[in-house]
Design a protein around this ligand. Structure first.
Ligand code: SAM
Length: 287
């Protein structure tokens, strides 16, 4: 694997830790509160012989000890939308967004919809959630997932950059398209500098657009599954400086146990390891 971008960002020792963290992780999933509860899912798993561990910082999350994703796809719980396969890191943005019933919420780049359905579950389907996706195939997949999960969402097949600025939202999630540098699996993976640069330009545009669509006082959570500062801290600091939106503290759930890479104040970059994917999170407030 080409580690030069990690070395440039963090030095050799942390770059080695990042690469070591690109290991196979156990399957993780989230119980869908709209259709089930952790208790009844545990019973269901025990009945079919699936062993699991709970996650100390999120009652809806499960780590499976003896099942593959394929095994889970064959269960009734999966087919009937009582669970959603999701990495632990990617469960964090909706928790930090902390949407409430009746909030106007936008998920700007939403397919296949894991985080949108989590927002719906966390708000008891009572927030007014809009999800945008510009890719047709991914949009169809997302709509299928919303239906299966029983998530009430206004799905829009559109480029988020083209959204009419007459709309405004209390809470916005920008889980931005990125290089995926926090989730590399292939030992021959190469991260092209030019590709990372293109991602950063797109992320900056999307973040500025998101802030335009945000109500005053509103909160925008920015996340990527990249560990590269060019797509993360550098993007949010630049946009914060240009727009006046402020980075605000990240209120992680208690018992949150990921290890973090160095990153600017009020941002977090999760070191990939045997539990977590590499991931970046920041929260901005518009005044
Ligand atoms: N949040 C999603 C989830 O948890 O399931 C994953 C989102 S993925 C990181 C980014 C998505 O953004 C991709 O599906 C991509 O097609 C979409 N996308 C990229 N640029 C976009 C744009 N300008 N407008 C809308 N969607 C966009």
């Amino acid at each position: 694997m080409d580690v030069s971008l990690f070395e440039e960002a963090y030095g050799g020792e942390l770059a080695t830790k990042i690469v070591r963290g690109f290991c196979r992780r156990p399957v993780t999933l989230r119980v869908n509160r709209i259709k089930s509860t952790a208790e009844s899912l545990m019973e269901e798993f025990r009945r079919v012989g699936i062993s699991f561990e709970r996650v100390p910082w999120y009652e809806d999350a499960f780590v499976l000890l003896n099942a593959t994703e394929e095994d889970i796809r064959e269960t009734a719980a999966y087919r009937e939308g009582r669970v959603y396969l999701q990495s632990l890191s990617s469960m964090l943005p909706p928790l930090l967004l902390n949407a409430k019933p009746n909030d106007d919420v936008l998920d700007m780049t939403a397919a296949p919809g894991g985080k949108t359905t989590e927002i719906c579950a966390l708000t008891g389907n009572a927030a007014l959630v809009t999800a945008c996706e510009r890719d047709s195939i991914r949009f169809e997949r997302m709509k299928f997932n919303f239906a299966r999960q029983g998530a009430r969402v206004n799905a829009m097949k559109t480029d988020a950059l083209a959204l009419d600025e007459m709309f405004s939202f209390d809470k916005i999630l920008l889980d931005a398209p990125c290089s995926g540098s926090g989730t590399l699996q292939n030992p021959n993976a190469r991260l092209e500098r030019s590709f990372v640069g293109k991602c950063a330009i797109r992320q900056e545009k999307l973040l500025k657009k998101g802030l335009k669509l945000l109500k005053r006082g509103g909160i925008l959570v920015y996340s990527t599954c990249s560990v590269l500062p060019a797509e993360n801290g550098e993007v949010v600091l630049k946009v914060s400086k240009e727009t006046g939106a402020e980075l605000v503290p990240l209120d992680f759930p208690s018992n949150f146990d990921a290890r973090l890479l160095p990153s600017p104040e009020h941002t977090a970059c999760i070191l990939p390891d045997e539990k977590f994917e590499g991931f970046f999170l920041a929260k901005l407030q518009k005044f």
